[in-house]
Design a binder for this molecule. Structure first.
Ligand code: PLP
Length: 350
């Protein structure tokens, strides 16, 4: 296959069956979004948002794209900037994995580092403030606003879902990590049209406010948000599972050693939630979106010293999540969480 641009290589990612973690008579299938050229599911949203903005003139030729990102959307935008001739300014914070910063810099994007958190310890609101400042002083600037832009959701409603349903026409549950809500909202809406009985599970970081819980600090990258994003459509999410940092990170480490799958932290959290879902609904066929790959985190969550300094090593050992068997046992335990009455959702780990 010969492509005219690297952006044409976005999509058609593989789906892999988990052997060691498909417990309780379930089948867990993981769609590996790291196979996109920018290394994550964000390539799909970025191409959709930028192409729509080009079409209706919100983004001018040779204009500047400015966005707040924890890293992955930045990689996708950097790819688009390099191939379509835009200046790209990415507002990030110190939690962004180093390899992501190196990736976007190599492609010519500029970095704006926000290194002062707000009073709750988060960086996401200060990042948005910096975006607003930059927009006010940069001519021909375009802010994709991934949290509210419907073209983010549309990419998954129209394309990601078609691809998934072509590969896996029948399944019982869809498990995805949530931040902007883009992929869970688009995918779930499309999946429910074809498979009305499928249960959709939103996986969030314990501490994230995306589903309306009070915000507190968490360390996982990729999932979670300090506010409720406009793009998160609660009406298509059946269950919510809040995963602790140590559960998500431990799962990504087990996946690497037992399945040869190098996935990111949010994918670790999603697989942990999928194993819990299998425990609650034995015999299910479960699809998990693995939003990015583990290469982003090699010197960090996969590194023993980093894990100790982040305070996660002891928690992982105590929970026993170091082998597939230990993970399955840990994912079968109930967790003490509250039901988010506001949306009428049930917690997956009750
Ligand atoms: C690694 C990773 N996981 C999960 C998500 C959440 O995806 P969405 O923004 O579509 O909710 C993101 C988004 O940035 C991500 O980069």
């Amino acid at each position: 296959m010969i492509y005219n641009s690297i952006l044409e290589a976005v999509g058609r990612t593989p789906v892999v069956r988990l052997r060691s973690l498909s417990a309780f008579g379930s089948e867990i299938l993981v769609k590996l979004e790291s196979f996109n050229p920018g290394g994550s599911i964000k390539d799909r949203a970025a191409v959709s948002m930028i192409t729509a903005a080009e079409r209706d003139g919100r983004l001018k030729p040779n204009g500047t794209i400015i966005e707040s990102t924890s890293g992955n959307l930045g990689k996708s935008l950097a790819l688009i900037g390099a191939t379509r001739g835009y200046r790209v300014i990415l507002v990030i914070d110190p939690k962004a994995p180093r390899s992501m910063v190196e990736f976007v810099t190599a492609l010519g994007a500029e970095i704006e580092m926000v290194d002062t958190p707000d009073e709750s310890g988060g960086y996401q609101w200060p990042r948005i403030e910096r975006v607003q400042q930059l927009l006010s002083v940069t001519p021909d600037a375009f802010w994709p606003d991934q949290y509210n832009n419907p073209d983010n959701v549309r990419a998954h409603f129209e394309l990601t879902s078609r691809e998934l349903l072509d590969d896996v026409p029948e399944f019982d549950a869809l498990v995805t990590a949530v931040s902007t809500g883009g992929h869970i909202s688009g995918l779930s809406a499309a999946v429910k049209k074809e498979l009305p009985d499928a249960i959709t599970v939103g996986v969030d970081a314990a501490g994230s406010a995306a589903f309306g819980y009070p915000f507190s600090k968490y360390s996982m990258r990729g999932l979670g948000l300090a506010w409720k994003p406009g793009n998160l459509d609660h009406s298509v999410v059946d269950r919510v599972h809040l995963v602790a940092d140590y559960e998500g990170v431990a799962t990504m480490r087990v996946l690497a050693k037992s399945e040869g799958l190098l996935v990111g932290e949010s994918a670790g959290a999603a697989v942990f939630a999928a194993v819990h879902h299998a425990y609650r609904y034995p015999g299910s066929r479960i699809v998990v979106m693995a939003a990015d790959g583990g290469v982003n985190y090699l010197g960090e969550s996969f590194d023993a010293d980093w894990l100790r300094s982040a305070g996660l090593a002891d928690q992982i050992d105590t929970a026993g999540i170091t082998t597939p068997e230990g993970l399955i046992e840990a994912a079968s335990r109930p967790a003490n969480e509250q039901v988010p009455i506001e949306y009428g959702l049930t917690l997956a780990n009750d």
